[in-house]
Design a protein around this ligand. Structure first.
Ligand SMILES: CC(C)(COP(=O)(O)OP(=O)(O)OC[C@H]1O[C@@H](n2cnc3c(N)ncnc32)[C@H](O)[C@@H]1OP(=O)(O)O)[C@@H](O)C(=O)NCCC(=O)NCCS
Length: 266
């Protein structure tokens, strides 16, 4: 599974305008329905990122991809071996891609949350872990649990039909809960992705209903005040490769791929 991440600030919105033609009419319609400029921007960047990354694996111009909806609305590319999933939150996008294995991704901002949310949505082992952790670690731990749960649900594709308390990600997070040592603190900053401290850390997803949930999961703090989690539904060996993308470079590359498509062959 390959994980692509893209920090994206809305100040760069003007640079998207020449590339909006890459999107399908229905995508442009959805984009237009978002009122806050930041949401419009995030949505369009997400669609461009998806198309650009798929073109890097499958070839062709970013505008050539056609999507349909799987169960509960999960976007799929019919007739292709690629599975992908997208997540966006303020200032950060993430996309995961795999061949033949269903995948899910989630990215969320690290911030203090109402403990009631955990009691309402998390499984009992997760609530116990969170409540046993030192106060300073809780916002990070909450976000790790939240993103892993979302990534699992998104990999399964069933949306909220999967009860959030029917599975737990607590098993692999005991060390984080104990101290948070070695975990970068939240907050803005460059957060070098190459720093091994920011590398993916394995996690486990345990179904509380069945014996086991065959999957591979990782999480890591982006260094930009977010946590990113990715899940692949398979016991096959999974190569976790992270690729950080820079917005200007991506837009330039899309422009090039599109103009190659339009140029007549020699
Ligand atoms: C829609 C949902 C799949 C994810 O929503 P989200 O976390 O708000 O948004 P994300 O940015 O992570 O993901 C959105 C993307 O997921 C994809 N997606 C849509 N439906 C999907 C589904 N059923 N399964 C997987 N991916 C889906 C789309 O690409 C979508 O992007 P788009 O809107 O630009 O087309 C759904 O799981 C949800 O509503 N979750 C919220 C559940 C919750 O309250 N959790 C409590 C804490 S654990």
């Amino acid at each position: 599974m390959h994980v692509w991440s893209l920090p994206a600030r809305v100040e760069a919105a003007d640079r998207l305008a020449p590339l909006l033609g890459v999107l399908r009419p229905e995508e442009l319609e959805r984009r237009a329905r978002f009122v806050p400029p930041a949401k419009r921007f995030e949505f369009a960047v997400g669609k461009l990122l998806t198309r650009w990354v798929l073109s890097r694996y499958g070839g062709g111009a970013p505008s050539s991809w056609r999507f349909s909806s799987g169960a509960a609305g999960k976007p799929v590319v019919p007739g292709q071996p690629f599975r992908f999933n997208l997540s966006h939150t303020a200032g950060q996008l993430a996309l995961v891609v795999a061949r033949e294995i269903e995948v899910g991704v989630d990215v969320e901002t690290i911030e203090p949350r109402d403990p009631e949310l955990a009691r309402r949505f998390f499984a009992r082992p997760e609530v116990e872990l969170l409540e046993s952790a030192p106060g300073a670690v809780r916002p990070l731990l909450f976000t790790i649990i939240w993103t892993l749960k979302e990534a699992w649900i998104k990999a399964c594709g069933g949306g909220l039909s999967i009860p959030l308390d029917s599975f737990s990600v607590a098993d692999g997070l005991v060390r984080v809960a104990a101290s948070g040592v070695g975990v970068p603190t939240a907050g803005p900053g460059p957060g070098p992705w190459s720093d091994p401290r920011y590398g993916p850390r394995p996690a486990t997803v345990r179904s509380l209903l069945a014996e086991e949930s065959p999957c591979a999961a990782v999480w890591w703090p982006t260094g930009f005040g977010h946590v990113l989690a990715a899940v692949a539904l398979g016991q096959l060996p999974v190569a976790w490769i992270h690729r950080g993308v820079e917005l200007t470079g991506m837009l330039h590359s899309i422009q090039q791929l599109e103009s190659e498509r339009r140029s007549p062959g020699l």
